[in-house]
Design a binder for this molecule. Structure first.
Ligand SMILES: Cc1ncc(COP(=O)(O)O)c(C=O)c1O
Length: 390
């Protein structure tokens, strides 16, 4: 790989395998485990991860865009690819051509699939809107959908889908998620003659279900109503979105790194970067790190966040630029020869010399969420794969 700027995202495939195994161990009975590899596998590289997941025995994976699914297919992924975004007739043709599974969420979608010229029916998953109010049929439409799809020559219904909008409360028998799961379970009764299964749990739902395994809830708990299929996203990349981090041990898959090659010695009173928003209150050493907001390091983190430098937390000082950010490394390099730090790697998030800096921390500082920090890592940041027997 060409890399003249040593700024890269190290992707640890062994950690991905570890996180997948944590789910498989907790739910040995679940037949549908569909890791979400949309948005370039949350920034980790969808082709490489898709192929690696398949090597781990994963038989289903989820994307948003038809384009994402086509890329996976063209790269050799044979697993079932669920396309969650809607589609027009052209899209329906592509979905069929690349043997993908559409998640059908409107009557138009059904029209487009029925209009396909094909001898064999296309398998679909049917999405219900049980409260997210984004995509999907209303539960009241269940019977009408049954009538349209029963013995349909063009379409074969395989599963029902819903998406939790507040998965953090899934352990609560009376929470929002409980209402959604109960609604989908009701619909499953209508569609029983299709021999369908249902999937609904994202990372927060899955980890909530893990937390309940110890508590052994009764069969009436919404999480226990059936063997819900699983659609983990964030957790396979190493992060638990729930407050209780002790429920499951996950390993962060991505470490974002950049090699420092320039240092500046500042006199007290001098400022750093555009607008001079940070002023040295002592003689200081500033490390110039070749990563900026064009690489996905949000500008809002200026003068707020920290970076690991030689295993120590140091502050980001001055405004983050398009291609660079600056660190006050005075305390770390004090009484040392700066030559020792030539080519020093800075870790923007991830692990370094046993220290950890989480994108969750950055997300809080950036008024964002971990998902956005991961998916923001830019296209011009090469992904370097380690572990996983590679
Ligand atoms: C339909 C659907 N299922 C599952 C997921 C995975 O969610 P999470 O990353 O919270 O596990 C997403 C992510 O946005 C989604 O849109």
């Amino acid at each position: 790989m060409e890399m003249y700027r040593r700024t890269y995202a190290e992707i640890n495939l062994s950690h991905l395998a570890y996180n997948i195994r944590a789910i498989q161990k907790a739910f040995p009975q679940v037949g549908f485990l569909c890791p979400m590899v949309k948005a370039n596998a949350y920034g980790h590289g969808d082709v490489r991860l898709g192929l690696y997941l398949e090597g781990l025995g994963i038989r289903h994976m989820g994307v948003c865009l038809i384009e994402e699914g086509i890329l996976l297919r063209k790269s050799g992924v044979n697993a079932e690819i669920l396309v969650f975004r809607g589609f027009d007739f052209d899209g329906a043709q592509k979905i069929a051509e690349y043997a993908m599974t559409p998640v059908v969420s409107s009557w138009d979608h059904i029209d487009h699939l029925e209009a396909l010229e094909s001898n064999s029916p296309i398998g679909i998953h049917l999405k219900f809107d049980t409260g997210m109010n984004r995509l999907g049929f209303r539960p009241e439409e269940g019977q009408k959908l049954f009538d349209r799809l029963w013995q349909n020559k063009k379409i074969r219904l395989k599963a029902l889908v819903t998406h939790l909008f507040n998965g953090e409360d899934a352990a609560d028998e009376n929470g929002k998620s409980a209402g959604q799961l109960k609604a989908l379970n009701q619909l499953a009764h209508i569609f029983k003659p299709f021999n369908i299964f249902c999937h609904a749990l994202n990372s927060s739902g899955i980890i909530s279900a893990m937390s309940l395994q110890k508590a052994k809830p009764g069969p009436q708990h919404p999480l226990m109503l059936q063997n819900w299929g699983l659609r983990p996203g964030l957790m396979i990349y190493g992060y638990n979105p729930l407050a209780d981090k002790s429920i499951v041990d996950l390993k962060p898959v991505m470490t974002l790194k950049a090699q420092v090659n320039t240092y500046r010695r500042l006199k007290a009173g001098e400022t750093v970067s555009y607008g001079g928003t940070w002023k040295a209150n002592r003689d200081s050493v500033i490390a110039v790190v070749p990563i900026g907001y064009a690489d996905g390091y949000h500008r809002i983190l200026s003068n707020k966040s920290h970076v690991l430098f030689a295993g120590k937390r140091v502050p980001v000082v001055g405004n983050v630029c398009m291609d660079y950010l600056m660190l006050d490394v005075t305390d770390v390099v004090q009484n040392k020869d700066l030559k020792e730090f030539k080519d020093q790697e800075a870790v923007l998030f991830g692990q370094d010399h046993g220290a950890t800096l989480s994108p969750e921390e950055l997300a809080t500082q950036a008024q964002s969420i971990t998902w956005e920090m991961l998916t923001s890592v830019g296209e011009r940041v090469p992904r370097v794969y380690v572990g996983g027997g590679q």
